[in-house]
Design a protein around this ligand. Structure first.
Ligand code: PEP
Ligand code: MG
Length: 876
């Protein structure tokens, strides 16, 4: 009988134990079915295959999953753990959930269980196929990594299917088509051809048909299973192709393929496959100019350079090819599972173009030619990571050298896949990207860690996606680096040896002439002069024209940045985003490292207050070593204090480090401690009380008597509405306008197409802020640390509304102080009811700009920052 191999991946890292050695006769004697067990070294159980959760034990210690071939697998964490009544387990899925290999299923407290359970060893058995001959691919007694292929078996191919296949191999069909897609046969339609072949279970091939009249029975062409082979046909619009299929449904498959090839794409104007979410194409204001949303103001001139993420370093060689082969299969499966999740999420958001992109990436991963090439390198002694690098590099070079701009563009997609799989084998962090001095860097999206790596070299940044409150935008402002976001896909096709990035006006000029370049140079000189003048008085406290004082503090991401904040004239640190210490590394920083970082910030600020925001992980900020449960909408998933309750060890280490860093420091003039803690994502006062109790417990354990001052961020609308209650418990409040705006308007701050409308100046968001200030009622100080604080218009309005502090990126401290000194806050406050009565943010922006411009005429003209009515900048 014909058969096919099937696999199961390890659901967690641990020591492989034969089932016969499990200390429970029901498992050891095979009564529950054949299988294997793992003694866990991890605390999260993951899906070992794609399938469905068909049962979750009420006590959360065991789950049954059905794989896509009908086998039902029981995953049982520990022995006799049912007796624990669910304590120490946290289910991350529910019965009926569809899961992909690698999805987290259940988190458990290894330390607690190892004290209370008979054993932690976790059997994995198939319960509805007692005669299944399983082969364990990892030696008992050795450690298997999560996701590594653990079990293999041969599954008989059903007789009906075999009969079908036999018939099918005889059936064949052929058809002809003319390529209609404007960009030719690029990766997206190519991956759809592959789906057609899979759906009809046929072997589908495509060949050039450029020799009219010739007997074409020998046209062989490329299998659609191989994306690289298909793209290397180099088919462009108007090319004739032959489509052939073998299999029972050959004719239907050929018909579907011909129809696909002959149908022009609806979005033919769009660029082809690019990693990451799609955004609306940027409007081209004038020929040779691309528009975007200004995330960080400034002017820069330089060559336009496309960003390529640095590749991680991997081992060159390995001595067990079989193990490497399995490791590569597991890594590819993991990346594929990630892509599938992204594809499904995009599909469920209705973003089909984006889903197609991920589908195309999955097709690359599944390309048999690439896989075979990697496996042959492994056979020659290469490690899995190196073999993957070499296999894809050959293809990347081929695409780049093809002379076809479209194919060359696909090299970036392959580079991304190269990096994602290699990341699974990284021995060291990536080699730093160099050679970008003065470049205007172009990328679709960038992770904060990627930005930090290149920020010191580049002159400016242009992103096709992103929003002005995304974390890369925040980092760009921190450094005073001109940056435009939400520029659309047209950006990715742009080129230029000497372009001008005018982030003040939201424009990228691709071919500025000499006159324009001279004007830019003059403007840069003027800006330098103005900021020198602002900086000269930046160390003075701010008194507004109506006599009120206001603090201008800085937002920083590390202890080292505190020095820059002080040099910029900041009155303190209003927000230290501590999660940046945790990002872009393989393990969490330990107590000593964190303590040193917090202490460095305090020392640099020389007596001024430093507010450290406790770890704010979730949404766009993910840690590789902290698997968060997959959730359809991460911005609404487990975040802030709710996340810490699930990871008390990490949270306690941070509290201890902060307590130690603040030990023995004198209090500030305002009666609060010099080092202050701030809790993100607070939804109600109970969460803040939980943190205070935990802080008190940790302080008692460390023998520290005085607790640091504890504040709450107001970034969830309920926190703004309940500010009265919060102010009774908090030592201070700080409004995080980035998240407050996104949650109030239900507009994701990471979605580029919403960036222009996701504006803090929406009358509804302003009303929430007004309610927050009214609720706090002077019982504790209220700051603003979101991007709005540094927005020329919004910052002025917030000052007029009565906030006590604006905390902005260091590069904006001087200009914000200069602007506030010219502001008559009382007069502007009188206009607030009129602004709140307007229809939308655009109307408020316009009215506010007019008010400030006329009020500025009455003041000494200086930077003119608040009167920049062309402002497309910094929102929320
Ligand atoms: C905010 O939400 O406004 C804020 C300051 O926090 P972050 O931007 O880091 O989410
Ligand atoms: Mg926030």
């Amino acid at each position: 009988m014909s058969s096919t191999s099937r696999f199961l991946c390890a659901p967690l890292r641990g020591v492989v134990v034969p089932l016969g050695e499990v200390p429970d006769p029901a498992f050891a004697e095979g009564a529950l079915g054949p299988g294997v067990a793992i003694d866990p070294l991890d605390e999260t159980l993951h899906a070992p295959f794609d399938g469905e959760v068909i049962q979750c034990a009420r006590t959360a210690h065991a789950l049954t999953l059905r794989d896509d071939h009908g086998h039902e697998w029981l995953l049982h964490i520990g022995i006799d753990t049912v007796d624990l009544g669910g304590e120490g387990f946290e289910l991350l899925v529910a019965t009926g959930d569809r899961v992909s290999v690698g999805d987290p299923l259940c988190r458990f407290d290894v330390d607690g269980l190892s004290r209370r359970a008979k054993a932690l060893v976790t059997p994995i058995v198939v319960t509805n196929a007692s005669d299944l001959a399983l082969e364990t691919l990892v030696k008992p007694g050795t450690i298997v990594d999560k996701g590594e292929v653990l079990l293999q078996w041969q599954a008989p191919v059903p007789a009906a299917e075999i009969a079908g296949r036999e018939v099918s191999t005889q059936a064949s069909a052929r058809g002809e088509a003319t390529i209609a897609a404007a960009h030719g046969l690029h990766a997206r339609p190519a991956s759809r051809l592959r789906s057609i072949a899979q759906k009809h279970d046929v072997e589908l091939r495509l060949g050039r048909d450029d020799e009219a009249g010739k007997d074409r029975s020998d046209v062989d062409g490329a299998s659609v299973a191989s994306l690289s082979a298909l793209l290397n046909l180099g088919l462009i619009r108007g090319d004739r192709v032959l489509v052939t299929a073998r299999g029972a449904a050959a004719q239907a498959a050929v018909d579907a393929a011909v129809m696909l090839l002959e149908t022009p794409e609806h979005d033919a104007g769009r660029a082809d496959v690019c990693a990451g979410p799609s955004v609306a194409p940027a409007a081209e204001a004038t020929p040779g100019t691309l528009n975007g949303l200004s995330a960080s103001p400034g002017l820069a001139v330089g060559p336009l350079v496309r960003y390529r993420a640095a590749l991680p370093r991997v081992a060159d060689t390995a001595d067990d090819p079989e193990r490497e082969r399995r490791a590569l299969a597991a890594a590819v499966a993991e990346v594929d599972a990630d892509l599938e999740r992204s594809m499904r999420a995009a599909g469920s958001r209705g973003q089909q173009a984006e889903a197609d992109i991920f589908e195309a990436h999955r097709a690359w991963l599944d390309d048999p030619d690439l896989r075979a090439s990697a496996e042959s390198k492994i056979a020659e002694g290469a490690s899995a990571g190196r073999a993957w690098y070499l296999a894809l590099e050959t293809e990347i070079q081929r695409l780049r050298g093809s002379g076809n701009a479209l194919l060359a563009g696909r090299a970036d997609d392959l580079h991304d896949l190269q990096r994602q799989v290699m990341q699974r084998f990284a021995t060291h962090d990536a080699v730093a990207t160099t050679g970008l001095e003065g470049a205007i860097l172009v990328a679709r999206e960038m992770a904060p860690s990627q930005f930090v790596e290149v920020a010191g070299q580049i002159g400016g940044l242009c992103l096709a996606g992103g929003g002005s409150t995304s974390h890369v935008s925040i980092l760009a402002r921190t450094r005073g680096l001109p940056c435009l976001v939400a520029m659309g896909d047209a950006l990715l096709e742009a080129s230029g040896e000497r372009v001008c990035l005018d982030a003040d006006r939201g424009r990228l000029e691709l071919a500025p002439d000499e006159r324009r370049l001279a004007a830019v140079e003059a403007e840069q000189a003027r800006q330098r002069q103005r900021s020198e003048a602002d900086l000269a008085v930046a160390f003075e406290p701010v008194t507004m024209r109506d006599g009120r004082h206001l603090h201008v503090a800085a937002n920083i991401a590390s202890g080292a940045e505190a020095q820059g904040a002080l040099d910029a004239g900041a009155d303190g640190v209003g927000l230290m985003r501590s999660e940046f210490l945790f990002l872009a590394r393989q393990t969490a920083p330990d107590l000593a490292e964190q303590q040193a970082e917090y202490r460095a910030a305090v020392e640099a600020m020389a007596g001024r207050p430093v507010v450290v925001r406790l770890l704010d992980i979730g949404a766009d900020k993910q840690l590789p070593y902290l698997a968060l449960p997959a959730t359809p909408n991460p911005a609404l998933g487990e975040r802030g204090a709710r996340l810490w309750q699930a990871h008390p060890e990490m949270f306690d280490t941070q509290l201890d480090a902060l307590l130690e860093a603040g030990r023995g420091l004198p209090v500030c003039e305002d009666g609060l401690t010099r080092l202050r803690l701030m809790v993100p994502m607070i939804a109600d006062v109970g969460e803040l009380r939980w943190v205070r109790r935990r802080l008190a417990t940790r302080a008692a354990a460390l023998g520290i008597e005085r607790l640091p001052s504890l504040g709450a961020m107001v970034e969830v609308p309920t926190a703004a509405l309940c500010a009265g209650t919060l102010a009774g418990e908090a030592d201070f409040l700080s409004i995080g306008t980035n998240d407050l705006t996104q949650y109030a308007l239900a507009m994701d701050r990471e979605v580029a197409s919403l960036a222009a409308r996701s504006d803090v100046l929406h009358p509804g968001v302003l009303r929430l802020i007004a309610l927050c200030l009214e609720g706090a009622g002077g019982r504790c100080p209220v700051a603003v640390c979101g991007t709005a604080a540094g927005d020329p218009l919004a910052g002025a309005l917030l000052a007029a509304m009565g906030v006590d502090e604006l905390s902005v990126e260091p590069a904006r401290v001087a200009v914000v102080k200069a602007t506030l000194r010219r502001l008559d806050a009382e007069a502007l406050a009188a206009q607030l009811p009129a602004l709140l009565a307007l229809d939308d943010a655009a109307a408020v922006r316009e009215a506010l700009a007019t008010m400030l411009a006329s009020s500025a005429e009455a003041a000494t003209p200086a930077s003119g920052d608040a009167t920049t009515s062309t402002d497309t900048t910094t929102r929320s």
